[in-house]
Ligand binder design. Structure first.
Ligand SMILES: Nc1nc2c(ncn2[C@@H]2O[C@H](COP(=O)(O)OP(=O)(O)OP(=O)(O)O)[C@@H](O)[C@H]2O)c(=O)[nH]1
Ligand SMILES: [Mg+2]
Length: 238
């Protein structure tokens, strides 16, 4: 039976309305979340960045055992910055507590030790990007390449390449392992398509940006710089 052009155009209009409503609903939901989760391995600089953003000052930090929570306000909105301890044994618990409210995730990397820590850094990043809640709520994502004052520090484009290469390797090993487990009941989130080498741009729902920061330099306080993080926060606040 042929569908008349009038009915067809009504059907198309209904589909467009439903899709628009879904898009508006999804954007509102993201805008209603106010948490910015600061994550990363221990010693990467999360607590120091938290202190600069929330208290506007440098502090001597110690290994965190619980999260720090504070406000970052601008003229558009107030965001809740949550500094999650990097220690492997506690970070999952704190992340799980706050991930539902994450508008953004800032993943802090010590750019001066990345090469030797690359496996651990990539494993942690992989687990976040393939988290069920993260995959469905698609928060804004920022990779903060910290400790740029150190002479051995990698710049953001080198950090991006190193991470992409390691995530590509991880993706292959994890998928091979899963292929051997045919009774895996868990829903598994995959990291981009596998037809070519992994690039962050393949993540179509999660937009990953990069920033370079130096939060401390014993020789000169003038080199403290976290402007790119502030700009990212301003952009995602509204
Ligand atoms: N040179 C230099 N040192 C930094 C920088 N950022 C942080 N640090 C130092 O790195 C060390 C760790 O910083 P924290 O902010 O405590 O690190 P963290 O990520 O909170 O670590 P955990 O709480 O253990 O997860 C401290 O001694 C900081 O002073 C930086 O940009 N440059
Ligand atoms: Mg800390």
């Amino acid at each position: 039976m042929a569908i008349s052009p009038q009915i067809l155009s009504i059907l198309v209009a209904i589909v467009v309305i439903i899709l628009t409503a879904a898009l508006v609903f999804w954007q509102r939901r993201r805008a209603s979340r106010s948490g910015i989760l600061m994550v990363g391995l221990n010693d990467s600089g999360k607590t120091l960045l938290f202190s600069h953003l929330v208290h506007n000052k440098f502090v001597d930090t110690y290994t965190s055992v619980k999260e720090n929570i504070g406000d970052f306000a601008n003229n558009k909105a107030t965001l809740k910055i949550i500094d999650i301890p990097g220690h492997e044994r506690v970070r999952g618990k704190f992340f799980d507590q706050h991930k539902q409210n994450a508008r953004g995730i800032a993943f802090i990397v010590d750019s001066s030790t990345l090469q030797s820590n690359i496996r651990d850094v990539a494993e942690y990043l992989y687990s976040l990007l393939t988290d069920q809640v993260v995959a469905s709520s698609s928060p804004w994502f920022l990779i903060v390449c910290n400790k740029q004052d150190q002479t051995m520090a990698k710049g953001s484009s080198a950090v991006k390449k190193l991470l992409e290469k390691e995530l590509n390797t991880l993706r292959k090993t994890k998928h091979n392992r899963l292929a051997n487990l045919d009774n895996s009941a868990e829903k598994v989130i995959s990291l981009g398509g596998e037809d070519k080498d992994f690039e962050f741009e393949q993540l179509n729902k999660i937009r990953v940006n990069f920033a370079e920061t130096s939060l401390f330099n014993s020789a000169s306080k003038d080199s403290i710089d976290y402007k790119q993080v502030e700009i990212w926060l301003e952009n995602i606040a509204g």
